[in-house]
Design a protein around this ligand. Structure first.
Ligand SMILES: [Zn+2]
Length: 157
């Protein structure tokens, strides 16, 4: 039962785009290889290709087209595909720049964290519970005050 539900409802984005792609391909096939009593709708097919070029697999599409189609008629198809590819490249470029910026930020924070050191002596006391810091895990406030980790959690609440 689960399996049937899963297969009949494409809910992930890739499933959705795959379904859309196959619907577009099906329509194109109907235009170009119609059942015998219907005529080929080349103009409609070319219009579909120029409008939704990125949805089609290029080699499958070219093999469906009649051999006498002029390359000029496929301008729209190729333009649409190139536009889509260019925007995907731009998006990827922006994403990688954002990732690089985030990486630099994390490195800076790590370097800052490494620079901060704190010496705990036997005499240092926790200002929250007034017990010695000792060997316990400690938390350091931005002002440089060390407290027990547990006390810091209580203090912040
Ligand atoms: Zn404490």
């Amino acid at each position: 039962m689960d399996q049937i539900t899963k297969n009949s409802t494409p809910n992930s984005p890739s499933d959705k785009s795959k379904t859309q792609t196959s619907i577009f391909s099906l329509l194109l096939e109907l235009y170009l290889k119609p059942p015998s009593e219907h005529e080929v709708l080349l103009d409609a097919a070319l219009h579909l290709l120029s409008k939704y070029g990125s949805r089609f697999n290029a080699s499958d599409t070219l093999s469906l087209l009649p051999e006498d189609v002029k390359i000029a008629n496929l301008n729209g198809f190729f333009t649409s595909r190139m536009r889509h590819a260019a925007s995907a490249i731009r998006e990827e470029d922006i994403r990688s720049k954002l990732e690089a910026a985030r990486f630099v930020q994390v490195e800076e924070r790590l370097a800052n964290a490494k620079q901060r050191s704190f010496v705990v002596t036997d005499l240092k006391m926790c200002p929250v519970c007034h017990k010695r810091l000792g060997q316990s895990v400690i938390s350091i406030f931005p002002e440089g005050i060390a407290v027990h980790y547990g006390c810091a959690k209580k203090y912040r609440r």
